[in-house]
Ligand binder design. Structure first.
Ligand code: DGL
Length: 237
């Protein structure tokens, strides 16, 4: 099976990595729209235009299904996209919401981009949800400054010290998992891991992993090499 995955940049590579671990025998085509990053503060009309461009690109690459590995597109554009396209499209947030709804977690923290938090998608009935917009975190991650800005990151997340779990509501954030769990002693939830555990796919193709980006720089290549431990090729789109 050919699986198309897209995001604004590096974040969705975390989702790609979880998918490859669960379903290694597949062909993966990834698109990261680094030239238009960040998506997190863009208006819905622009998000829809960018999402359609990404989907059209992946369809041209002959993918069988598409995973929207972006919390911002998933929370703002999913229903419009599924109405417009025949190809099966999966959003990254629904599996996490289902998981939380059926879990014993009561006090749930959620961090995400401005547009994901404003969409209110994480407002799960009968749970105490504490949400925070954390737009500063994506540039820190993309610019490979996690170590350098560790104190700033921890300070920003102090509000969640008493949460039972912290949902990493943007696919870039799993790269902060270690720092958060070590310094704040909170369990985190990674949406990429959850979708890879709940989606039901075949696992019998040749293996292939191609990553396309609309802009490529050194930090991007370093970051990808830290996330993926399989063979892959990177191309400029
Ligand atoms: N990784 C994306 C998300 O999950 C987008 C981050 C951004 O571009 O602002 O929302």
């Amino acid at each position: 099976m050919r699986i198309g995955i897209f995001d604004s940049g590096l974040g969705g590579v975390n989702v790609l990595s979880s998918m490859i671990k669960k379903y290694p025998n597949n062909e993966y085509i990834y698109f990261g729209d680094t030239i238009n990053l960040p998506y997190g503060n863009k208006e819905k009309k622009e998000l829809l235009t960018l999402a359609k461009k990404a989907i059209n690109f992946l369809i041209k690459k002959n993918v069988d299904i598409i995973i929207i590995a972006c919390g911002t597109i998933s929370s703002n554009c999913y229903s419009e996209l599924t109405k417009e396209y025949k190809i099966p499209i999966y959003d990254i947030i629904s599996p996490t919401i289902n998981y939380l709804t059926n879990s014993n977690y009561q006090n749930i923290g959620v961090i995400g981009t401005i547009k994901t938090i404003e969409s209110n998608i994480f407002n799960i009935p009968n749970k105490n949800i504490l949400m925070k917009k954390t737009p500063n975190l994506v540039p820190i991650i993309e610019n490979n400054e996690i170590e350098k800005k560790q104190k700033e990151i921890i300070k920003e997340l102090q509000d969640f010290k008493n949460s039972d779990v912290l949902v990493l509501g943007c696919t870039h954030y799993p790269l902060l998992k270690k720092i958060i769990e070590k310094n704040l002693k909170i369990k985190t939830l990674d949406m990429g891991q959850i979708i890879s555990e709940t989606i039901n796919l075949t696992n019998n193709s040749q293996t292939l992993c191609e990553l396309y980006f609309s802009k490529i720089d050194r930090n991007l290549l370093i970051n990808i090499s830290h996330i993926l431990d399989n063979n892959y090729n990177v191309y400029l789109k």
